[in-house]
Design a protein around this ligand. Sequence first.
Ligand code: AMP
Ligand code: GLY
Length: 424
Amino acid sequence: MKILVIGGGGREHALVWKLARSPKAEKIFCAPGNAGIAKLAECVPVRAEDVEGILAFAKKESIDLTVVGPEVPLAKGIVDDFKRSGLRIFGPTGEAAVIEGSKVFAKEFCMRHGIPTASSETFTDIKEARSYLLKHPMPVVVKADGLAAGKGVVICKDVTEASAALEEIMVERAFGDAGSKVVIEEFLHGEEASFIAISDGRNVLPLATSQDHKRVFDDDKGPNTGGMGAYSPAPVVTPEVHDSVMKEIMTPVVRGMAEEGREFTGVLYAGLMIKDGRAKVLEFNCRFGDPETQPIMMRLKTDLVDVIEAAIGKRLNSVRLEWDARPAVCVVMAAGGYPGDYEKGSVIKGLAQADELPDTAVFHAGTAAKDGEYVTNGGRVLGVTATGSGISEAINNAYSAVSMITWEGAHYRHDIGRRALKTG
Ligand code: AMP
Ligand code: GLY
């Protein structure tokens, strides 16, 4: 079968790496891919946002199965376009992807279906938003309604910070139209976890749990990023928490979406805040997490093509997933300056040696090939991922590989997985 993966980050490298292990995969394409993906798939120079370009390519190549990585093409309705053309694709329709695409929709949906989440109010008028702030206890979280590449969420410790966030989102339109509405939300304390599941519109099949590290520096300091590392499983999701998340969040979401005519097929990712054994929803995503997918794919034993085909065929209830019991840890290596401005084009050394280590996979995110070498080509450059007999061995294995890789300005967190050591 010919498979097309859309996207070009570490998540897509992990997906391609896993799909390539399926006996059903005869040929894999990736649009646009990256230099690491190019070892396993044919990279196609079409941007992930260029839905028309991707559709034309899939028709020309008679692609049998398309797997979408990022949210933007999903929100643009790529799944609807492919289905109309009779092409098989895995992901939610535009109507269903709105669960990630609009935070206002997601909050109101949670209210309608009794799904636990932080209390919040929505505003289109900045004056009303400002006067609400004066009555609201601090800290508070201000969120742009629409897609903002993970940057439209500001945690504000006082009214001055919150007013500045409103100004940036609603007046300066730092995230464009995504800021025409804002959600002002109660700040939740606790420990975060990523709960990622596959849905066929009716059944929910949870993947292994995981935890991301959103802040750029050790000890969760500094600004938010796309994610600086992840591990799986997340010990904070105890079997009891897992059970309640399935009952109170995942199953009601899939049922509620179907009831509202937005049947959800694809990856449903709930970002959770867990405190005293109770989980509340911070956000929904309609796709695989990045970097959570890297450790999750390393642990998944079941053929991913089979799982995806079962989801598309509405047969997920017949699938049992098999997991490597060993934990996996992914350390993201980023370019100097990330998540702010960063340089591209630094030569990366030590990749081949790191790649040869047992139980290790170096997933590429922002890399390119130049004159026979790998060079940096993005903010998050690599996701160095390893398994181990326990979490501490997985951490050591990942950092051993990281220590072999260098380029000018490279930085990474030194404490990925430490929280799992404490709770696990
Ligand atoms: P979101 O994109 O909504 O998940 O927000 C990005 C990050 O902001 C989350 O991963 C949390 O770290 C943080 N965050 C979002 N909402 C809240 C909240 N209500 N309370 C505390 N932290 C939050
Ligand atoms: N790791 C966070 C995300 O994928 O949104």
